[in-house]
Design a binder for this molecule. Structure first.
Ligand SMILES: *Cc1c(COP(=O)(O)O)cnc(C)c1O
Length: 429
């Protein structure tokens, strides 16, 4: 029987009877797992029997976390990693291994933007920043013969821009390439990209999925619908995937349902090694238990703050999808029935000095670079999280100098608004 979202985020992927009836998933703090006998060792190594070998490539606590989010997303496979950046880099490498291009959007996490321009070209992977990401009908013209995938964020940070993922997926599939969606800000509670045509979903679990500002973690999930055999490295035969008779096989043969995440686990995680610790998996599982309540309260708080700012004399402009002035308000109404998440941005009206004073005058908001925490956070993104971007790129990404990003937490909205008000008054008096 398939359960609803709120049941799955509490129960999916875990059967207490398989773990001495422990109610809370145990932390399997172990490096390795004894073999029953020599046959068992050979079967595990030959992937003929499912089981655990070594915690770098799999751990029972981490598996609960992987299966739980896979259930929430409707994914065919999932692999947890030590950070969101590991999830993004292994995904990009697993697709464009050997070289090629990725078509992406101007509205990206600072670390993604920076690494796409700085690091990947050295591995033969070039990124094109789409000029028409908001107009998918024109996007096809931006796909080149060696474009291997499209990579976008479902709710962007810091402007909370939304995209027509369904239309972008159609363009990708018409060209035989996959669509990768970074769903970090939305989480499956607000948006499930596979239901809109995405092929791969990546997460920084660090943010709203875990939601407590105490874990760095990442996750890659796949829909199970994309035909990876189109990419020659997926049909390359490996001796490590051999049959009992010693015949080499490829990832699409051995893992027909989830070749993408299996290949990340057995190649990139195995050899590049960004393994998530069992303890951090446990914390992420506990964080997930309150996902719906947190995201719904954060969306409510962010909406109230956005409305306050829109009326405030201290804000030049405000960007949050529930506002009619937001450029993606129509997409918000179409695709986000559960809310628009905790991230919003506004333009500080005043001098740079007053803006700095404002940031130093808030008393409840924490001034730092995380998002999605239970606490409300505030930051001057263009000077910090997106500070590595050259001025032209900041303009292209729509990050005016005076932008301030808020990540709404779970405190009382009236207190948060009063805190902003007193900080504005202190900064400008
Ligand atoms: C933070 C973040 C990342 C990177 O995740 P880490 O867990 O910090 O490595 C990637 N994408 C988005 C949208 C993020 O907010």
């Amino acid at each position: 029987m398939s359960h609803k979202f709120d049941t799955q985020r509490i129960r999916a992927g875990y059967v207490p009877g398989e773990h001495h009836y422990a109610v809370s998933p145990p932390i399997y703090q172990t490096v390795a797992y004894d073999f029953r006998d020599v046959k068992n060792a050979l079967d595990l190594f030959g992937l003929r029997e499912a089981g655990f070998l070594y915690t770098r490539i799999g751990n029972p606590t981490t598996a609960v976390f992987e299966q739980r989010v896979a259930a929430l997303e409707g994914a065919a496979g999932a692999v947890a990693l030590a950070s969101g950046m590991a999830a993004i880099s292994y995904t990009i490498l697993n697709i464009a291994e050997g070289g090629g291009r990725i078509l992406t959007s101007p509205y990206l996490y600072g670390g993604s933007f920076d690494s796409f321009t700085k690091i990947y070209p050295k591995f033969g992977i070039e990124f094109d920043y789409a000029k028409n990401i908001d107009d998918p009908a024109k996007l096809a013209d931006e796909i080149k013969p060696d474009t291997k995938a499209i990579f976008v964020e479902s709710i962007s940070n810091p402007n909370a821009y939304l995209l027509d993922i369904d239309a972008i997926a159609e363009v990708a599939h018409a060209h035989g390439i996959p669509l990768v969606v970074d769903n970090t800000v939305a989480t499956p509670y607000l948006y499930r990209p596979f239901e809109h045509g995405a092929d791969v979903v990546v997460y920084s679990v660090t943010k709203a999925l875990n939601g407590h500002g105490n874990v760095i973690a990442g996750l890659v999930l796949e829909s199970g619908k994309f035909d990876w055999a189109k990419f020659p490295h997926f049909t390359q035969k490996y001796y490590t995937l051999r049959t009992e008779e010693g015949i080499k096989r490829d990832f699409t043969e051995v893992f027909p349902d989830d070749p993408f995440t299996a290949r990340i686990r057995l190649n990139y995680l195995n050899y590049f090694g960004a393994a998530l610790s069992p303890f951090d998996s446990y914390l992420a599982i506990i964080g997930l238990e309150t996902l719906s309540e947190r995201l719904s309260k954060q969306s409510e708080n962010a909406g109230k703050i956005a409305e306050y700012l829109e009326k405030s004399e201290y804000a030049e402009w405000v960007r949050y999808p529930t506002l009619e002035s937001h450029k993606n308000h129509a997409l918000y109404k179409r695709d986000f029935p559960n809310g628009a998440g905790g991230i919003l941005a506004f333009g500080f009206k005043g001098t740079a000095q007053q803006k700095n004073k404002f940031l130093e005058s808030v008393e409840i908001f924490s001034y730092h670079v995380n998002i999605g925490d239970a606490r409300s956070l505030i930051v001057n993104s263009p000077q910090t999280t997106h500070g590595e971007l050259i001025p032209e790129d900041q303009e292209f990404a729509d990050l005016p100098e005076n932008l301030i990003r808020i990540s709404a937490g779970l405190e009382d909205a009236d207190d948060l608004i009063a805190d902003l008000q007193q900080a504005f008054e202190t900064a400008t008096k």
